[in-house]
Design a protein around this ligand. Structure first.
Ligand SMILES: C[S@@+](CC[C@H](N)C(=O)[O-])C[C@H]1O[C@@H](n2cnc3c(N)ncnc32)[C@H](O)[C@@H]1O
Length: 213
């Protein structure tokens, strides 16, 4: 199992009942089952679900962990679930999945790991009235991941927090890396892309401050 999935599993509590959307290999439902946590897996691709089923068979769990072929939460009976995990996807797919407001009513906790656009994701979940309780930055096999834990509830986030997350002194090294990366990116943005430049500049300002705190 990867450090990334282990961290995600550690954010699930014993009373959570989890839908792992885009389960692919079903590693997470298997890990959660071993911790006695109820979990179902869904995926939009048949091949992914076949791989999930194969892995469940290896652990003799094919009767214990339901698998559903579907797009996001479509056609899922969420009445027995209160937690979503959405990991390893891009922001636009995550947004599309979370746009099912009726089914989301039952969901108190969302663990989300997007591959990109963390600022847009924070803003979107804020608009959906979820509170960003924890955000972890994790390096695993040369990739940097942001793993966010949301609970239902309104919160006010500053523009700074939307753009770069809540300051955490443990992540100073990542802030430094990010700052250097953004400075390089800025150099390559043409002058007529003013909006893009402004956004990167805003992020650089925040990260420079985070690096000094
Ligand atoms: C890179 S894998 C991530 C697997 C696992 N969640 C993880 O984090 O290791 C992304 C999975 O999401 C699935 N997926 C993409 N869009 C989806 C959607 N709209 N609904 C459900 N699953 C989706 C893909 O088929 C793929 O299996």
């Amino acid at each position: 199992m990867t450090k990334r999935l282990e961290l995600i599993a550690s954010l699930i509590d014993e009373n959570d009942r989890v839908i792992d959307i885009g389960t692919d290999h079903a590693y997470l439902p298997i890990m959660l089952y071993q911790k006695k946590i109820k979990c179902m897996g869904t995926d939009i691709h048949e091949k992914a679900l076949a791989s999930a089923y194969h892995n469940l068979e290896e652990y003799h769990l094919e009767k214990e962990i339901p698998l559903v072929l579907t797009d996001g939460l479509k056609n899922i009976d969420v009445s027995n679930y209160n937690t979503l995990v959405i990991a390893g996807m891009g922001y636009s797919t995550i947004k599309h999945i979370l746009e099912d407001k009726t089914r989301l009513k039952k969901i108190n906790k969302i663990i989300v790991q997007s591959n990109n656009d963390y600022d847009k994701l924070r803003s979107f979940l804020n608009q959906l009235n979820y509170t960003l309780k924890e955000e972890y930055i994790l390096e695993d096999k040369n990739h940097i991941y942001h793993i966010m834990k949301y609970l239902k509830g309104k919160e006010y986030l500053t523009k700074e927090e939307i753009l770069m997350g809540k300051y955490n002194k443990d992540y100073k090294n990542y802030y430094k890396q990010d700052l250097n990366k953004l400075k390089q990116i800025l150099k390559n943005i043409p002058n007529n892309h003013q909006e893009e430049k402004q956004l990167i500049n805003d992020k650089i300002k925040i990260l420079s401050k985070y690096c000094q705190e």
